[in-house]
Design a protein around this ligand. Structure first.
Ligand code: FE2
Length: 435
């Protein structure tokens, strides 16, 4: 007797329809027609069943704080940092936990079951660290939550930040963070990269730096990060997040830099929702998009994940823990619209994000944990196009969340009809029936 059986699922790589059998939290069989009883059967006919979404770049200490203590009027990164600085002294552990746990509920409902969050460690007391360590513990049955010790105000720019970062790591924060482009000088930025790489190497920890999140073509700390990664042999443990200045580098420099990044083995994360709005604010026209060079890095063999970064906080007023929205914006902002590129965008918020986080490959296969999302779409591109409803979110065989399918009931000329959003398109029309 199986615990769960999904019937006739489509898989992200185009395979299917296929049945997925689950027992004791694991996928025990994946075959075209499984004959077995099950405690629960989900009909996944014409539905995409994919690994859960993973968000490799987020700020959970700030999430859902929109409007506290005021709104970001300029919409810039710098006003966002200043505004966060106004909110920080007002934070309590309870308030941070309450917002974070509320966000985690939303994340689970959206099929987002792995999150890497940066947590500000630049000022003592480490309220956010204490709160998110507790949140990590509480949500562990549902979400793989990783914490990055992030000196938001600069490792050297903020007095005491380096000591606070070390203290946060001692408290159990998993990953070394940084923000070299926000240090006072280019030299300090490079020095911070080298120091943080040293800390990661000594403690055998991953690292994930906010790096060159700027429109300044001379913000080139990723070069130091890649060189240090290569020198210390840190490889895929190192992630460069944002890297938006790469958009503004001249092509010759980029053609020298990208092979160095690839050779180092480091990984990259682009955050299209936030950077399409934060960057280019000092431009007149044309305005730069402010996304890093995604296709060029992918072509060079670098793993690039797409992250969300923010949801309703000092930097970004929107967001809904929806990684399909992130992929959708990435496709537009990069831009990358070929079928292959759009399929890549789906992978970048599932497989690619898991790889950037150092998690096991979440591809659905026999023997792997039964972690998956049933989507109201037939394939990955349709899932992105429709920002498909998460019909069922499953972790280790347990259905954690369900959302009814989206359907429109049309009453046109007395001809009632019900449409699944996946049916909208050239094949079906109630207004202009074929016959
Ligand atoms: Fe960030």
């Amino acid at each position: 007797m199986l615990d769960l059986l999904l019937r006739a699922a489509n898989l992200p790589d185009g395979l299917g329809p296929i049945d997925i059998a689950v027992k004791d939290g694991c996928i025990v069989d994946m075959s075209p027609k499984i004959v077995a009883g099950a405690a629960r059967v989900i009909d996944a006919t014409d539905r995409l069943v994919a690994p859960p979404f993973a968000d490799s770049h987020f700020h959970m200490d700030a999430t859902l704080s929109l409007g506290q203590p005021r709104f970001n009027l300029s919409g810039t990164l710098l006003e966002g940092i200043a505004l966060w600085g106004e909110l920080k002294p007002l934070l309590t552990e309870e308030a941070v936990m309450e917002r974070a746990l509320r966000y985690c509920d939303l994340a689970v409902a959206q099929g987002l079951l792995a999150i890497r969050t940066h947590v500000d460690v630049s000022t003592a007391p480490l309220v956010g660290v204490a709160a998110l360590l507790e949140v990590k513990k509480r949500v562990s049955p549902y979400i793989d939550l990783q914490l990055v010790a992030f000196p938001q105000d600069g490792l050297y720019r903020a007095p005491g930040a380096e000591d606070n970062l070390i203290r946060a790591l001692d408290m159990g924060v998993d990953i070394v963070g940084g923000i070299p482009h926000f240090e006072r000088t280019t030299e300090d930025g490079a020095r911070s990269v080298k120091r943080l790489c040293q800390i990661a190497a000594e403690r055998d920890l991953p690292m994930d730096l906010h790096c060159d999140e700027s429109d300044d073509p001379m913000s080139r700390h990723v070069e130091t990060l890649a060189a240090e990664t290569r020198r210390l042999g840190l490889g895929g443990r190192v992630v460069g997040s944002h890297l938006t200045a790469m958009h503004s580098y001249d092509n010759y420099y980029a053609s020298k830099l990208i092979p160095l990044i690839a050779e180092s083995g480091m990984q990259a994360i682009a955050n299209p929702l936030i950077n399409i709005t934060l960057q280019g604010r000092s431009d007149t026209y044309p305005k730069r998009r402010g996304l890093t060079r995604v296709p060029e890095m992918v072509a060079a063999g670098v793993n690039v994940a797409l992250g969300q970064d923010c949801t309703m906080d000092p930097w970004y007023s929107l967001g809904s823990a929806d990684m399909l929205e992130v992929a959708h914006m990435g496709i537009h902002a990069v831009p990358m619209t070929s079928r292959d590129a759009m399929s890549w965008a789906f992978d970048s918020v599932t497989l690619g994000a898991a790889a950037a986080m150092g998690l096991p490959d979440p591809t659905l296969r026999k023997g792997s944990p039964a972690n998956m999302v049933v989507l109201q779409a037939r394939d990955p591109i349709e899932a992105i196009r429709l920002r498909a409803t998460r019909l069922a979110v499953i972790r280790e065989g347990r259905v954690l969340a369900e959302t009814p399918p989206r359907k429109a009931v049309l009453s046109l000329d007395g001809r009632p009809d019900t449409l699944d959003p996946a049916d909208y398109g050239p094949k079906k029309s109630s207004i202009y029936p074929v016959n």
